[in-house]
Design a protein around this ligand. Structure first.
Ligand code: AP5
Length: 210
């Protein structure tokens, strides 16, 4: 099954991708995590992407489409995958169609902007394995340490309040039109993000299995 998770920054896409990944045993492909890894490694892509990411803007379609195309060609993605953070523009969705990728379901996690700002202020991430935590809603077992890989967990650079506002504006302008794109294809299911992670997971898994 090929699934797209759609939603504003901080809506919980990465958190729910972990749940679907375990339930269906298919990999999560997060363009955000891949771009952050490229920035950390100082690759050519990473150097080009860094300024846009730090400002809360989108990285150019060409770069992201190239990264995604290589990733979905890997062996572990042949039985299905969860796309977290891709596509993010209509041209990216069209590129996916042009690659011949069949999307089965697009699950939008809807969360109001005010809630998102509160969530991102408490988010902590592992820059090594990509696991996501929240100081109040999903704390790690040991403070400051990733449950999965034992590396330190940190505040993401683009989670500063001013950058979050800019990311939300970018979402509404460039990514929200994808709801219409996939809605017309009959693939869009909207799930209301709940206050508790596990309550949202229940709704997301119901949407996956429906
Ligand atoms: P990316 O990493 O994709 O960031 P994003 O879309 O902004 O999404 P986030 O990772 O911020 O949030 P999320 O929805 O995964 O929420 P999370 O589960 O962490 O992209 C980063 C940047 O890379 C972009 O700005 C752009 O520059 C670039 N980029 C990436 N892809 C691109 C593309 N395709 N094209 C162009 N540029 C691209 O949850 C948030 C917090 O809330 C966590 O702390 C979590 O624990 C908590 N939480 C989650 N669910 C709940 C709940 N139900 N109740 C309470 N707390 C919750």
């Amino acid at each position: 099954m090929n699934i797209i998770l759609l939603g504003a920054p901080g809506a919980g896409k990465g958190t729910q991708a972990e749940v679907i990944c375990k339930a269906l045993n298919i990999p999560t492909i997060s363009t955000g995590n891949m771009l952050r890894a490229a920035v950390k490694a100082g690759t050519e892509y990473g150097l080009k992407a860094k300024a846009a990411m730090d400002a809360g803007d989108l990285v150019s379609d060409d770069i992201v489409i190239g990264i995604l195309k290589d990733r979905i060609a890997e062996p572990d993605a042949q039985n299905g995958f969860i796309l977290d953070g891709f596509p993010r523009t209509v041209p990216q969705a069209e590129a996916l169609d042009a690659m011949g990728v069949k999307i089965d379901k697009v699950i939008e996690i809807y969360v109001p902007d005010e809630t998102i700002q509160q969530r991102l202020s408490g988010r902590r991430v592992c820059l090594d394995c990509g696991a996501t935590y929240h100081t109040a809603f999903k704390p790690s077992k040991v403070e400051g340490v990733c449950d999965v890989c034992g590396k330190p967990i940190v505040i993401r650079k683009d989670d500063e309040p001013a950058t979050v506002i800019s990311r939300l504006q970018t979402y509404h302008k460039s990514t929200a039109p994808l709801k219409d794109y996939y809605g017309k294809q009959g693939k869009l299911v909207t799930v209301e993000g709940q206050d508790k992670v596990e309550d949202t997971s229940k709704l997301v898994l119901e949407a996956v299995k429906a």
